[in-house]
Design a protein around this ligand. Sequence first.
Ligand code: NAP
Length: 252
Amino acid sequence: MTELVGKHVVVSGGGSGVGAEIARQFASAGAKVTIVGRRESPLAGIAGQTGALPLMCDVTDRASVDKALLKAREINGPVAVCVANAGAAASKPFKRMTADDLAAMMAVNVTGVFNLWQASLHDMSENNWGRMLAIASTAGLKGYEYVSGYCAAKHAVIGLTRSLSLELAKTGITVNSICPGFIETPMLQLSIENIVGETGMSREQAANALKAGNPMKRFIQVDEVAAAALWLAGEQTASITGQALSISGGEV
Ligand code: NAP
């Protein structure tokens, strides 16, 4: 994909799981990649593998995002593609959830996307070109039990995507969300451990219970999600905006 050569791509949560694979694929396509996250060591590991610029940043804190992007711009130039991938999924029955639990889900999954996208907008507007992407979830398109805060937050990301795409429709900047089903990453391992702890199921039974929702009866792989991000960042998808692309084996 030669059109990505030299373009500055920022990926939040680029130290692990989906974000790490997105960083790998963009770097392989010749992009200048910046990865941001809170923990130094995973970021350094992926930076070592890909040549990406690792920067510490908490996406829930706008000042932290602005500081990271200032440094990123100094080294990699104006942001052309912004992949708001950082997220977290806490699981609890609704009756035990607190307002703080809900606020924590909204902070990382919604405010985190808002902060990164808004901080990237100026560069994209100046260039009359840009790609805003969020890694949302099938939880943005349907409900799942025991993760109502996460589902509410991911539904909000889809709303943000649809509205912002209309505001930016005449600017050369597209805005899209990618909605994977359960993906084999550290986050999924936490979900499996949670089910094991709450139900007494074995790890295999818990994994099978999650796979059962996917008509293909398997987990989504990180390279499948990253390939969609690369495609949506390309030139040929200039007319695709405001979409929530399901990567879920037909689950939704
Ligand atoms: P993961 O490996 O746990 O990755 C989450 C990443 O987000 C980590 O690198 C983490 O890094 C970063 N992060 C979390 N809070 C942050 C914060 N406040 N500021 C900056 N970075 C933060 O899980 P993953 O599965 O790859 O998740 C990536 C995205 O895919 C998430 O948005 C998730 O909701 C979505 N998704 C996952 C699944 C799944 O089944 N795994 C399914 C659908 C959608 P630090 O901890 O170092 O900050």
